[in-house]
Write a protein that binds this ligand. Structure first.
Ligand SMILES: [Zn+2]
Length: 257
């Protein structure tokens, strides 16, 4: 990497830093997550800030300073304008940016993750109306796909113990081991599978759908009260067991706007 370089990026987080500077994190297709500082003492900050505060895809011009990377310029590529007109869409976008921020370490290149975030923001822009219940389900779908990209794909088809296809209504969910275990395996070693819990076929189908299908299809499934309740319980147990940082609010609460 040369001293001065440019990269496409989506800003993930921002916070005040030292007296008048701001600290940013951003996701890039080339370098993964990067961190940089915008120097408040420079007149240019006023020009840079509006582009760094919106949810947008931007082109950053960065300089390697002695301690930090410093931003020298920014141009907006693509503003996800549709997002800013709807509160639920905006909430979903901010939550996803936060989840990506806490799930990633700096300088680990991952173009698939960048594409996932781009897809998500495009989808939110293109979707007119999202109910609170649907928002909770959508964020669950984003979370499952994010965990998949980060290497925590839940096992939803084969028994974790005997690796055979599970049969309808004949399995349990084990959050810590990250998937399903067939009934006979859990009976055969009750101590090992002590915390396995039963879930319905409909809940499992909903989780599989949320993980497998693109965001554009996630507005289709009918969200029946008990299944969506159980969907969130399973997902939350999975997040607590495997996500690097436990989000301060549950996915459901995050969307209760
Ligand atoms: Zn088994």
């Amino acid at each position: 990497m040369s001293t001065l370089y440019s990269t496409t990026a989506i800003i993930l987080s921002r916070r005040d830093f030292r007296e008048s500077d701001r600290w940013y994190t951003a996701l890039t297709p080339e370098y993964g997550k990067i961190e940089f500082v915008a120097r408040g003492g420079h007149k240019s900050l006023a020009k840079l800030t509006p582009h760094l505060e919106m949810i947008a895809e931007v082109e950053l011009l960065l300089v390697h300073g002695r301690q930090y990377q410093i931003i020298a310029g920014v141009e907006r590529h693509h503003s996800f304008f549709g997002l800013h007109e709807h509160l639920n869409q905006l909430t979903l976008a901010h939550n996803a940016l936060h989840l990506v921020d806490v799930a990633t370490k700096p300088m680990e290149r991952d173009p698939v993750l960048y594409e996932l975030l781009q897809d998500w923001l495009e989808f939110l822009c293109a979707t007119e109306s999202i109910s609170n219940e649907r928002a909770g389900f959508l964020l669950g779908s984003f979370m499952l796909k994010l965990m998949d990209v980060c290497g925590y794909r839940p096992e939803l088809k084969l028994c974790l113990s005997c690796h055979k296809l599970i049969e309808p209504q004949n399995y349990h969910w084990h959050a810590l081991r990250g998937g399903v275990v067939c009934h006979s395996c859990s009976l055969a070693n009750q101590q090992a599978w002590f915390s396995a819990r039963s879930i319905s076929d409909d809940t499992l189908k909903l989780i599989r759908f949320a993980l497998r299908e693109p965001f554009s299809s996630q507005t289709r499934p009918h969200l029946k009260g008990e299944h969506i309740e159980s969907f969130h319980e399973v997902l939350e147990s999975f997040i607590i067991s495997h996500f690097p940082i436990i989000p301060s609010v549950s996915l459901r609460t995050a969307c209760a706007v």
